[in-house]
Ligand binder design. Structure first.
Ligand SMILES: NC(=O)c1ccc[n+]([C@@H]2O[C@H](COP(=O)([O-])OP(=O)(O)OC[C@H]3O[C@@H](n4cnc5c(N)ncnc54)[C@H](O)[C@@H]3O)[C@@H](O)[C@H]2O)c1
Length: 267
């Protein structure tokens, strides 16, 4: 189904080596796109590209630290020189942070903001420059529920994703006159290496994963492919009237409030 929209198109996935990004790389590649994985996990990203190419798809791995301007601009110039037009950019790279603000050094704070927010700025800026010039293109960004409501010990992460939410809205207004759409994805807890690392910090990691799953009304973790499906949809012409949207794929996580004792209106 997706090949109707992405066959022969050029797609960059920032943070495409593992987890949600890797599922999106596979999704765009299976749809016939030329996919460029821009990541710092070189071995894993190159192996992902190789395995998809062995199946006959078109995937290239490029080393790119999204927090470094020269890396990001280098990937975009390479893509322009190699493929010409750029159709889709999925800015998905991110790192977790689980420490309270009192124990977060300025250097640590800057690192989280550099990757999650400045990295999103650099990659979406490069995308906007080329797409607004061509008057076509679609940008998708991975944000987080932490942009809206958070937990203790996630200050730097929550602040970075709050910035990502705001940036998506702003970019959508800047892109609209050029026909460039910008949308964000708000995943619930997805079973990726990031979440597995977080669970490892608990005394009983398997139990921790069950507890994480139980915070979602659908009572399970999401799959990376379930987020990738939304990324493909938002990037495709099926979403042509969507821009500036921040769309949840979260098993109902953000629909509820913590519930107290049952109310008995019916008695
Ligand atoms: N997994 C979840 O539950 C969840 C929920 C909400 C939001 N998110 C967001 O989804 C995105 C993907 O996370 P994931 O869960 O798949 O985690 P992940 O750790 O599996 O994937 C993150 C990817 O980003 C790459 N990356 C990290 N720093 C980078 C840098 N400086 N430059 C380029 N690439 C870099 C990693 O190498 C990795 O390939 C992140 O932005 C994360 O904040 C994840």
């Amino acid at each position: 189904m997706w090949s109707e929209y992405f066959s022969g198109k050029t797609v960059i996935v920032g943070g495409g080596s593992t987890g949600i990004g890797a599922a999106a790389v596979a999704g765009f590649a299976h749809a016939g796109a030329n996919v460029v994985v821009a990541d710092v996990a070189d071995e894993i990203g190159a192996a992902l590209a190789q395995s998809l190419n062995d199946e006959g798809h078109h995937v290239t791995y490029r080393h790119c630290d999204v927090s470094r301007e020269e890396d990001v601009d280098g990937v975009f110039s390479w893509v322009e020189g190699t493929f010409g037009a750029l159709d889709v950019v999925y800015a998905n790279a991110g790192i977790e942070w689980t420490k309270d603000v009192r124990h977060t050094s300025l250097q640590e704070w800057r690192h989280v903001l550099d990757v999650n927010l400045t990295g999103t700025f650099l990659i979406t800026r490069a995308a906007m420059i080329t797409m607004c010039d061509r008057k076509a293109g679609s940008i998708v960004v991975t944000s987080s529920p932490h942009a809206l409501a958070t937990v203790p010990d996630a200050g730097a992460y929550a602040a970075s994703k709050g910035g990502v939410h705001a940036l998506v809205r702003s970019l959508s207004l800047e892109g609209a006159p050029y026909g460039v759409r910008v949308n964000g994805i708000v995943p619930g807890t997805i079973d990726t290496p990031m979440v597995r690392r977080e669970a490892q910090a608990a005394a009983d990691p398997e139990r921790q994963l069950e507890l994480m799953a139980a915070t979602h009304p659908l009572n399970r973790l999401g799959k990376p492919s379930e987020v990738a499906n939304l990324a493909l949809f938002l990037a495709s012409p099926l979403a042509d009237f969507m821009t500036g949207s921040l769309v949840s794929v979260d098993g109902g996580l953000m629909a509820g409030l913590p519930s107290g004792p049952p109310l008995s209106y019916n008695n």
